[in-house]
Design a protein around this ligand. Structure first.
Ligand code: PLP
Length: 387
């Protein structure tokens, strides 16, 4: 006899319920593939929505970060400040340029870079001269800081920008997760020198694979377009005036993005409902939610909680055919980064990572499915409390 298995509930599925097929077919029919009108339209939609003067479509969020850091002046041998809890791409992009990340521990409430800790590090472990900010011990230049707006929560940008100004650091915002998140009226990714986004298939909108660079600086935008097209400096001759990249977003994928942008307000609305559901239904249990920074209107891209017995909870959900995942492993624990500097007092990122669970939050998730998730979690927590 077959045992009954409830239908699967995926973690975070793309939602392609709009004009994706129509626009992609139009892009194919136009025969413009590498560039074309959908790419320009997608970039403009993003610029209008985020209030950024310039948006440049690129191949993914990681390449966006790599190019943005290069544009910010990061060079071989430099140090770049990143939060210790983030997707590995943030730190990888630093390494691609021959620089090294300095990981800064996170705030236990917001799960974002701890700005008190950052300030303490900058005031006590660095010195400044006319060439910039330098790490006292290694005498290496600290060129930039990368706030990551994790899960949709926005780092306190006014404070960070002031600090960065004071210590001569370029600010590159990793807004991979935060399209639709605002802080005091500013869209995430638009208040620093440069911002980057990802349109990977699990993000709030997707182009299957894709990303964007945002900036209000016209010269940087021009240089970004130049770098991502192999630094080709002549219309017809193959003249390349510096080391460039092949990082452009292609027209059929941008077409998907145009259709996704039309649905963004509805996606954000549903993400907010899902987050509110978890907060309401799990509020009385022994789980901890991410706290928003002051003035943040989050897109609630990914719902997550901290629970003591997180790995067993993930297994219990899997037994009910519900997909969930741990939060990212802290960067300092990954082999590539173990020799890099980690600024911390209490290693909060390891605690948050150990307890973190990403919960199902597709924009297409039904209330019925949400009920199954919270009932499954409640069942596990009730039992584990009694044990
Ligand atoms: C915080 C963060 N930064 C960067 C990236 C990299 O984006 P992509 O996967 O599009 O390269 C992602 C997601 O994938 C991310 O979550």
């Amino acid at each position: 006899m077959e045992t009954y298995k409830p239908s699967p509930i995926p973690l975070c599925e793309p939602n392609l319920g709009g004009r994706e097929k129509q626009y992609m077919a139009e892009a194919v029919d136009s025969n413009w593939l590498s560039g074309g009108s959908f790419l320009r339209r997608f970039e403009q939609q993003l610029a209008d929505y985020a209030g950024a003067a310039h948006v440049i479509g690129v191949s993914n969020g990681t390449s966006a970060l790599q190019v943005a850091l290069a544009l910010a002046g990061v060079e071989k041998g430099d140090l770049v400040l990143v939060p210790n809890l983030t997707f590995v791409a943030t730190a990888n992009a630093v390494k691609y340029l021959g620089a090294d990340p300095v990981m800064v521990d996170i705030d236990a409430r917001t799960w974002l870079m701890d700005l008190d800790l950052l300030q303490d590090f900058l005031e006590n472990q660095t010195f400044r001269n006319s060439n910039g900010c330098f790490h006292r011990e290694s005498h290496r230049r600290i060129k930039a800081v990368v706030p990551v707006h994790l899960l949709g929560n926005v780092c306190e940008m006014e404070r960070l920008n002031e600090m960065a100004d004071h210590f001569a650091l370029a600010v590159v915002e990793d807004a991979a997760c935060s399209l639709g998140s605002f802080q005091n009226g500013w869209h995430s990714g638009t208040s620093g020198l440069l911002g980057t986004m990802s349109f990977n298939s699990n993000k709030i909108i997707t182009t299957a694979g894709g990303g964007a660079i945002l900036t209000n600086d016209e010269a940087l935008a021009k240089r970004a377009r130049h770098l991502i097209t192999q630094s080709k400096s002549h219309a017809t001759e193959y003249i390349h005036d510096e080391l460039g990249y092949n990082f452009r977003l292609v027209n059929p994928l941008a077409a998907m993005g145009c259709a996704q942008m039309e649905q963004l307000p509805g996606f954000i609305q549903r993400k907010k409902e899902v987050a509110a559901w978890y907060q309401r239904e799990l509020g009385e249990y022994d789980v901890v939610f991410q706290q928003l920074t002051p003035g943040t209107d989050s897109n609630y891209w990914h719902s997550a909680v901290l629970a003591e017995d997180s790995r067993n909870l993930i297994a219990a959900l899997a037994a009910d055919n519900i997909e969930s995942r741990p939060l990212w492993t802290p960067i300092h624990e990954l082999p590539v980064f173990t020799n890099d500097l980690y600024v911390t007092r209490e290693n909060v990122s390891s605690d948050v990572s150990r307890q973190g669970i990403m919960l199902p939050c597709s924009t297409s998730i039904t209330d019925e499915q949400l009920k199954r998730v919270t009932q499954s979690i409640a069942k596990f927590l009730d039992v584990s409390i009694k044990v």
